[in-house]
Design a protein around this ligand. Structure first.
Ligand code: PLP
Length: 393
């Protein structure tokens, strides 16, 4: 009996375990010091009332024989798909409901979508990157090539016509760098993909953090994207669903290669391996698009944005180079005095009792950079900014 040896090619990702270990060691040796954790990628504000009310109501329906629901549609209930379709309409993107697939989150879909692509495809991934893209393609045994995201390109690499790839991952607003593509730059990627036949897998998990009009909420705001892109989105960071689990994937009917439609393949894949998201959760997700839900989640996003602004102002005052913070809950800063990521982590922990995430953990080009997040409380964020300012002044 054999297992899949591609697992041997995964590099052990010790990043978060190593961070936890170093914080534990420090707090054991310095029990009187309070460490502020500014590295978390999880939200801290609870679900908004519009969502929990909808979920309670749905639970009541589930407790009555006349309104009970069993297995739902693989692709999600039409009430939620219609709500998502209408949301896209608010920024000028016209979708058909059958192009929207509801799932238990973007991570599953980003990993699982690799199954509809040929084994022989070459995958182009930016570095540094959200690790799921790399690891799911390693498990599938595909050839991966990297495009460098660097300070010179603002951590927003553009296509290089000399490079041939079949599948391209783009994440905007980006995790870990917080950088956001302009519509003009996304158009370059779309044109490149349409010219070469590549498919873009566009991760829009943080789209609700966008405040600038020149940035895109969806790749489908870009002309030509319907023939070359799949978009992944999530309620996790925008509506606090990290533990509730719901997301969606958009596959336009026009996206086909070799006469086969990606939408049909994904429907087939989901119908074989997925039995849908709980009814109660989908009713909660639907409420995110209601009038009250929209206002309430906007307040939470504004709260996180306020935190990001506090951190960004602090770095600006110190003259430290950074990206993100404006249209993203992440701030990606250049470690001062040429320090390496882990060196800066240790110094910040030991001298200011602030813990972030070393950029080196997200890829080779992350070395020398550091990620802070805006998902903490206002109090913690304000205190962390004060400590960083005092320590780096
Ligand atoms: N995509 C990016 C870029 C993320 O940072 C995350 C979570 O941190 C996800 C996707 C996963 O989202 P979900 O919770 O919907 O699985």
């Amino acid at each position: 009996m054999y297992f899949n040896d591609n697992f041997n090619s995964l590099t052990e990702n010790y990043l978060f375990a190593e961070i936890a270990e170093r914080i534990k060691k420090y707090t054991t040796e310095n029990p009187e010091k309070k460490v502020l954790k500014m590295g978390i990628g999880d939200v801290t504000l609870p679900l908004v009332p519009a969502v929990t009310e909808a979920m309670h109501k749905a639970e009541d329906e589930m407790s009555q024989a006349s309104t009970f629901r069993g297995y739902g549609p693989y692709e999600g209930y039409s009430f939620l798909r219609e709500a998502i379709k209408n949301y896209y309409g608010t920024f000028g993107v016209k979708l058909n409901a059958d192009e929207i697939f509801v799932s238990d989150g973007a991570k599953s879909d980003l990993g699982n979508v690799t199954e509809i692509f040929s084994q022989n495809n070459t995958v182009l991934i930016p570095d540094p990157v959200y690790p799921v893209y790399v690891d799911s393609n390693i498990i599938a045994g595909r050839k991966i090539i990297y495009t460098a995201a660097t300070e010179e390109n603002g951590f927003l690499p553009l296509p290089d016509k000399k490079i041939k790839a079949d599948v391209i991952y783009i994440c905007s607003p980006n995790n870990p760098t917080g950088a956001v593509y302009s519509q003009e730059n996304l158009k370059e990627w779309v044109d490149y993909a349409n010219a070469s036949g590549a498919v873009i897998l566009y991760d829009a998990a943080y789209e609700r953090f966008i405040s600038q009009t020149e940035a895109s909420r969806s790749i489908f705001q870009i002309e030509g994207a319907r023939t070359c892109a799949i978009e992944f989105c999530s309620f996790s960071k925008t509506a606090g669903f990290t533990g509730t689990r719901c997301g969606y994937t958009v596959i336009p009917n026009e996206l086909e290669r070799g006469g086969i439609r990606a939408n049909s393949l994904w429907y087939r894949r989901q119908s074989v391996k997925f039995n849908g998201v709980p009814y109660v959760v989908q009713r909660g997700a639907e409420a995110v698009f209601s009038k009250d839900g929209k206002e309430q989640i906007q307040q939470n996003i504004n709260y996180y944005r306020g935190n990001a602004e506090i951190l960004a102002n602090c770095l600006y005052k110190l003259g430290i180079w950074y990206t993100g913070g404006k249209n993203s809950p992440y701030i990606w800063l250049k470690c001062p005095e040429g320090m390496k990521s882990w060196q800066f982590f240790d110094k910040l922990l030991n001298e200011a009792q602030v813990a972030g995430t070393p950029g080196a953990g997200f890829g080779k080009n992350g070395e020398g950079y550091f990620r802070l997040t805006a998902f903490g409380s206002r109090e913690t964020t304000t205190e962390a900014a004060k400590r960083i300012e005092k320590f780096l002044k």
